[in-house]
Design a protein around this ligand. Structure first.
Ligand SMILES: [Zn+2]
Length: 430
């Protein structure tokens, strides 16, 4: 939707052809979204359930049950999808302590779809879930890690989402790199994700966003209410953090390609007194969000009752569609512009926005704005391939402004948002 603006002083004329495709449905992304298969998800969940437990402390040697068999199966699944997926175990030796009641080898399973653009491939987007499971009786020493913990929803559903996304997206090529991760050790305190986030930080990975899926399979909550059209996305404070921009992007892209679903943004890092693997990435400064159901069912969590019966496969399919719509859109889009100063020139009462050129060969830029109290962007304006734009008689004190890069194919980058009036390299003191 376009909004009428009372403004102007655009630096250059807007090239009409560069606008082609902006805000429209990209047929390739639509075909990706439409490829999500309920049958594929169901067979993955049946196999994850068949391991009986995927407790991080469970047997690593059986070919049929326990976490060793589960991680090998996930590895083999990734391998089977495409020779272009670079599949590996991210292995860590975790010493005894806390809920780790004996020394254990922990393995995250990772598949990388390298980007096709020589510069763009340095930017990575991650989709993740945790494949380990637990039964409440199995947290501590003396308990039995062999206790059945089917973990079909928590977090077989997120694991299946990651696998299904990899199955579909690995058939395509994107400028940016996509990383598919199944974590272990989540139930012992985000251990696998903590180790990978630290490794990513140490190795200077450029991670532009993490979509962490944890419990995405039940449409009926513990209260008995049906929420089969709603998915929640949690993102850390402050407002306009990079994680919050990811959340807004997931809502826009997800609802564009799966209009039947309402993506409900929750402006909190996670549920009260609960956590998830996205937090490991937030802790070291990477933007990451949690995607989850509208209402949980606690009686089926961390128990032997977390079985396939508690899953709504149609709902899970919708959740995966939201994920792949956002991921494919992000993986195609140009980088977000770096911001310059936000000023009141030339009249002293205008909004004067400056930014730096995005990487590559962008088709143009879109300025977005909303009132400071509004959760979502309210106005969007394609301004052409310019690096400055003036909104006449618009108060910079009353609006939040952002800018996005638009690709030649109409794809949209994440939004860079002014949270200060100064350019990062030239702050002025008032
Ligand atoms: Zn979980």
């Amino acid at each position: 939707m376009r909004f009428a603006f009372i403004l102007l002083l655009s630096i250059l004329a807007i090239p009409a052809d560069a606008q082609t495709g902006w805000k429209t449905v990209n047929p390739e992304i639509q075909s990706i979204v439409d490829s999500v298969s309920k049958e594929s998800l169901e067979s993955m969940l049946r196999q994850l359930e068949a391991f009986e437990t995927r407790n991080t402390m469970s047997d690593q040697t059986s070919p049929r049950t326990g976490i060793g068999a589960a991680r090998q199966w996930i590895y083999d699944q990734f391998k089977s999808f495409s020779p272009r997926l670079e599949v590996s175990f991210d292995t860590h030796q975790i010493p005894k302590g806390g809920r780790i009641y004996h020394d254990v080898e922990l393995r995250n399973v990772i598949a990388v779809l390298p980007g096709s653009d020589p510069i763009g491939k340095n930017r990575r987007f991650i989709i993740s879930g945790h494949y380990d499971s637990i039964s409440e009786t199995s947290y501590t020493a003396g308990s039995r890690s062999e206790t059945k913990a089917p973990g079909v929803n928590d977090d077989g559903s997120g694991t299946a989402a990651v696998l299904e996304a990899a199955r579909i997206l690995s058939k395509f090529e994107f400028p940016h790199t996509l990383v598919f991760v199944a974590f272990a050790g989540e139930e012992q305190g985000l251990i696998g994700s903590g180790r990978l986030a630290k490794r990513a930080k140490d190795e200077h990975w450029m991670i532009d966003g993490v979509l962490n899926n944890d419990i995405v399979g039940n449409s009926i909550g513990g209260s008995g209410k049906n929420h089969n059209q709603t998915l929640r996305v949690f993102s850390e404070e402050p407002n306009d953090s990079p994680s919050r921009q990811i959340a807004r992007y997931v809502k826009e892209a997800g609802e564009r390609y799966t209009p039947a679903v309402n993506v409900d943004l929750i402006f909190r890092h996670d549920r009260f007194a609960r956590g998830g693997d996205h937090i490991s990435f937030n802790r070291v400064g990477f933007p990451a969000v949690r995607i989850t159901v509208a209402e949980e069912n606690y009686s089926r969590q961390h128990t032997m009752d977390d079985t396939l019966e508690g899953i709504d496969l149609n709902y899970l399919s919708r959740a995966v569609r939201i994920n792949v719509a956002a991921l494919a859109s992000l993986a195609k889009a140009p980088s977000a512009p770096k911001l310059g100063a936000l000023g009141r020139q030339p009249s002293g009462y205008d909004a004067n926005l400056k930014w730096e050129p995005a990487e590559g060969n962008p088709g143009g830029y879109v300025v977005v704005m909303r009132k400071t109290t509004s959760p979502l962007w309210e106005k969007e304006l394609y301004v052409g391939n310019v690096l400055q734009f003036v909104l006449k008689d618009v108060s910079i004190d009353e609006w939040v402004f952002g800018v996005r890069t638009i690709g030649k194919d109409g794809s949209e980058s994440l939004t860079s948002v002014w949270t200060t009036s100064a350019a990062p390299e030239a702050r002025t003191i008032q």
